[in-house]
Ligand binder design. Sequence first.
Ligand SMILES: NC(=O)c1ccc[n+]([C@@H]2O[C@H](COP(=O)([O-])OP(=O)(O)OC[C@H]3O[C@@H](n4cnc5c(N)ncnc54)[C@H](O)[C@@H]3O)[C@@H](O)[C@H]2O)c1
Length: 275
Amino acid sequence: MPLKAIEQAVTAIQEADAIIILAGAGIGVDSGLPDFRGKEGFWKAYPMLKNHRMAFSDIANPEAFLKRPTLAWGFYGHRLNLYRNTVPHQGFAILKAIADSKPDGYFVYTSNVDGQFQKAGFDADRIVECHGSIHYLQHLEPDPWEEPIFAGNYQVEVDMETLRTSNKSLPTASNGDLLRPNIMMFNDWHWLDSRTSVQQERYKNWLESIKGKKVVIIEIGAGDAIATIRYQAQVLRRNHAQTLIQINPNPANYADIVIAEGALTALTTIGKALK
Ligand SMILES: NC(=O)c1ccc[n+]([C@@H]2O[C@H](COP(=O)([O-])OP(=O)(O)OC[C@H]3O[C@@H](n4cnc5c(N)ncnc54)[C@H](O)[C@@H]3O)[C@@H](O)[C@H]2O)c1
């Protein structure tokens, strides 16, 4: 355990007025969720897609819902069921206690679509899901004024041998139209971004309100293949925060404080030191 980095992180967190939590798929690994590190990492999680030679970008693609709906929904249905059944690890509770203790509050900005922050009790009005959420659905070609549909009433059964769902298990609207997850995919011209836009607006207003305050960013489990969160970390550090803490067993070299550990280990150690 990098004790000096932990000490520095604890001091920065103690002195902060507000916390920004940035999270990628790695934060869920200690809850038992796969991340998608590179093609090999993706195929380790989804060996059936290796048989089809399909990379993440081939299946996370609106065209897949047109051409291979039972496979596309097999992949997303499996993830929907997995995220519904997962209990967020203890690191989320530690992070929430830190965030709740700050006089100017917190915001979570995540590219995860899994809803784990909401499940862990974080305030839904303080979360930006920049790539959308698997817990909402939309038409393949929605009207611009349409709102995403809550997925709570839909059950998607998946055959894990083939990673396919059956035609009767495909989520459809009342008029029979096929629905897809309200997630921004690759080559996606029809993602309904209204939920995320509302979240972004709240986030922007909050960032305005904490100008001049001591702000600490905690970036956890963000990869470099789709570097949205890493990019956000660097922009925020320049414009809105004094300290950037990065928690990642495979860290990059732009953070002020680097804790090269998994999320649960790092957060547990930080949590103990804060007591
Ligand atoms: N749970 C989800 O919602 C989920 C899961 C996979 C992918 N995605 C999507 O795919 C893209 C993936 O990009 P990404 O950067 O989030 O993930 P990624 O899979 O590319 O990278 C994961 C990162 O987490 C780190 N990591 C691994 N184990 C960790 C641990 N125990 N603790 C902390 N960090 C750990 C890895 O070193 C890596 O840097 C995103 O756009 C996202 O929308 C979402």
